[in-house]
Structure formats: C-alpha cells, structure tokens
Design a protein around this ligand. Structure first.
Ligand code: AMP
Length: 361
C-alpha cells in the first residue's frame, strides 16, 4: 500500500516514519526537493496548485492525504477523482477560510470569537464599531503562525491595519483576553470509530507555538472539547486526524481555528501517548482500528525555532527525545522539537526548565 502525501514538510516526514512499521510506503509531492520528507521517501517535484502534479501523484499511489493546508481545493478535487483523498476535501476547504470556519463553528454551536467579514474600509469601521477595541484583523486565507494579522488597540490603528492588510478578504475578530490556549486532537476512521487525545496546554510567542504541555487535566474542558470535536468530525463524515485550537476564558472554551491534519500541538504523542497522532491518522484513513490515545506519563513538547540547540546536551537529560527536521536555519522557522516524558507533572516541569536553559537565545 502506497500513500501519497501532499507536502514533504516535517509533518509528512513524521507521518511516513509512523507508517513504515505498518508496511506502508510513501511518496511526497513538494516543490522543494530538499524538504524533510525527502530524507525518508521519494519526492515528486511539483507545485501544490498544479493540478497536473497532483494528478501525477494520485496516479502513482493507492490513497492521497495532505500535511499542508493551503493546497488549492480545485486542484485537489482533480486528484480526488483518481484516488480517494482523505481527510475530506470539504474539511480542507472550510479550514482554508477563517470566515467559513467561524460560520461553521457557529452553526454547530461551537463557541467562537465574535467576528465580522471585512472587504472594505467601510466594513472595517462598522465592524470595529460593532465589536469594539481591542480587536484583531486577519486575512481570511493563507494566514498561519500569526502571519497576516494586525492588532487594533486604538482608533488610529484602524487605518494602519487597513493599509497593512486591505485588498484581500479579511475577518475582524474580537480580542479574547484568554487565560490560556489549549487544543484537542482526535481521529475518526473511515469506519466511523472516534478517539480523542487529552486536551493540551499551548504557549505561543509571536503567533508561533513554543511549548505544549500534555495532558491538561481538566475533566470539564476535556468533556466540552470532545463534544465540539465529535460534532465537527460527524459534520464532515471525517476520516483522519483533526485538531481544534481554543482559547480558554474563565473556564470556557472559545474555538479559534481547526486544522484538518496532524498538528504541531500533537507532536508529544510520538513518545508521550500509547499511539501517536501520526499513526492514528494513517490508521484512520486506511479504516484500521484506531490506537489507544491515552498519555503514558506527563509530556512537554518544545519547538526549536530559528536555531537548533545542542543535541548531545539535551539527550543527556533523562526522558528527553530529540527531533531534527534537517531544515536550514532561518529566523522564525520550525527546525525541530524535543519531547520530555516524565512520570509526574512536577518532574516534567523540572526537566522543562533544564531544557529551556539549553535553548539558544
Ligand atoms: P492564529 O493564526 O489565529 O492561530 O493566531 C495566532 C495566535 O494569535 C493565537 O494562538 C493567539 O495567541 C493570538 N490570537 C489570535 N486571534 C486572537 C484573538 N481573537 N484574541 C486574542 N488573541 C488572538
């Protein structure tokens, strides 16, 4: 069985690494031949928006999946005519547009940030008057890791935000004074089996995920997050792994966004859960029984951004697992991560402080 993965980034690499023990083979599509996936499988060179490249990949494999969210839906539909493509293209379409995503959350009664669609400066002024300051202006499409966002704190920021982002479809969101950010990852198989991982605690800086702590350990949040997750999975007749990111404000979940794919906040599951998100994604799209999602201890995942730390020093710490994606260093770029697994939360936190001291800068 050969699986085609659109995108050969670190997520694709980790999917392939999880699939080899299941006797799966992989082929990637990526415009860059030296992407991380290339270390573990062949890359078919091609652009994500080139329907012919996607069709070439589909013709060569048994099943197509994606690790990258910005694949044009039209091009993917062409590939999906040749081979089953999972997760469903419709989930990808919705996740590509913050407005569609928030409208769906609202329809499914999943609490989300207050929002307004913005296409003109007049729309923006009306939306700011409606939602009040502070608020956040975001591009509806192609935003990730805090890119394509502008915070509005005072009236003068309205014009500045419009100059910075105007000209493409936008969304204005009320600013949420959250207590913390969490996410939930779950898998649904083609046979309809569903499993959810524990809710995890995420810390972002400059819009980029830095640290995930797992599990978060709040029975009430877990129950609510699973309810929202199951609603989304059922809505799309989903197969694969799906992630929802939430703000937590006074004990309430407010959905920020969804990702129809394996997610950075689930990297801890490789060593910290009975079955990794990557293996469960593959099991789910192949209709295999899903694996146990329980944590095997207390885990922390630390992203390496811009510069890699000293591998040997980190490996000298007990319970630390190191992942180097083999990417060229660049400011703001995710180059690797490490996962700490410990028997108790206190021990995990102690190790996390030691890891933090070994990070460059
Ligand atoms: P996003 O690209 O939407 O995930 O945003 C990146 C990060 O910006 C989030 O993880 C939050 O830390 C912050 N952020 C985004 N939207 C809001 C909002 N409406 N209110 C407060 N913080 C936000």
């Amino acid at each position: 069985m050969k699986i085609g993965i659109i995108g050969a980034g670190q997520l694709g690499r980790m999917l392939a690494l999880a699939g080899y023990p299941l006797a799966l083979r992989f082929q990637f599509l990526d415009s860059s031949a030296d992407s991380p996936g290339g270390q573990v499988g062949p890359i078919v060179p091609g652009a994500f928006d080139d329907a012919a490249s996607l069709e070439r990949l589909a013709a060569d494999v048994d099943l197509v999946t994606y690790e990258f969210e910005n694949v044009p839906v039209g091009a993917l539909h062409a590939a999906a005519k040749l081979r089953t493509c999972l997760p469903p293209v419709e989930a990808l379409r919705v996740s590509q547009d913050r407005l569609l995503e928030k409208e769906l959350f609202t329809r499914l009664k999943i609490p989300t940030t207050p929002f307004r669609a913005v296409d003109t400066l007049a729309d923006l002024c009306a939306a700011v008057a409606d939602l009040g300051l502070p608020c956040v202006l975001k591009t509806r499409r192609l935003g990730y890791d805090g890119k394509g966002q502008h915070y509005l704190r005072k009236p003068a920021d309205v014009e500045l935000a419009w100059v910075a982002l105007g000209g493409v479809p936008l969304i204005l969101e009320g600013f949420v004074r959250f207590d913390r950010e969490v996410s939930i990852i779950g898998a649904r198989s083609t046979r309809g089996e569903v499993r959810a991982y524990p809710v995890v605690d995420n810390t972002h800086r400059d819009g980029i995920l830095r640290v995930t702590l797992a599990p978060h350990r709040s029975a009430a949040l877990q129950k609510a997050a699973e309810r929202h997750l199951k609603r989304l999975l059922a809505h799309f007749d989903y197969a694969g792994v799906l992630t929802i990111e939430f703000f937590v404000q006074r004990g309430r979940l407010i959905a920020n966004e969804m990702a129809p794919r394996v997610h950075n906040s689930g990297h801890w599951t490789i060593e910290g859960a009975a079955t990794s998100q990557f293996e469960n994604h593959l099991r789910a799209i192949l209709g295999l029984p899903l694996g146990d999602t329980r944590p095997v201890g207390h885990a922390a995942m630390v992203n390496f951004i811009g510069r890699m730390p000293d591998r040997d020093k980190l490996l000298a710490l007990p319970g630390v697992h190191f992942h180097d994606y083999g990417k060229a260093p660049r400011p703001g770029r995710k180059l690797g991560h490490c996962t700490i697994v410990a028997a108790t939360a206190a021990e995990r936190d102690r190790l996390l402080r030691r890891v933090s001291r070994l990070l460059p800068g």
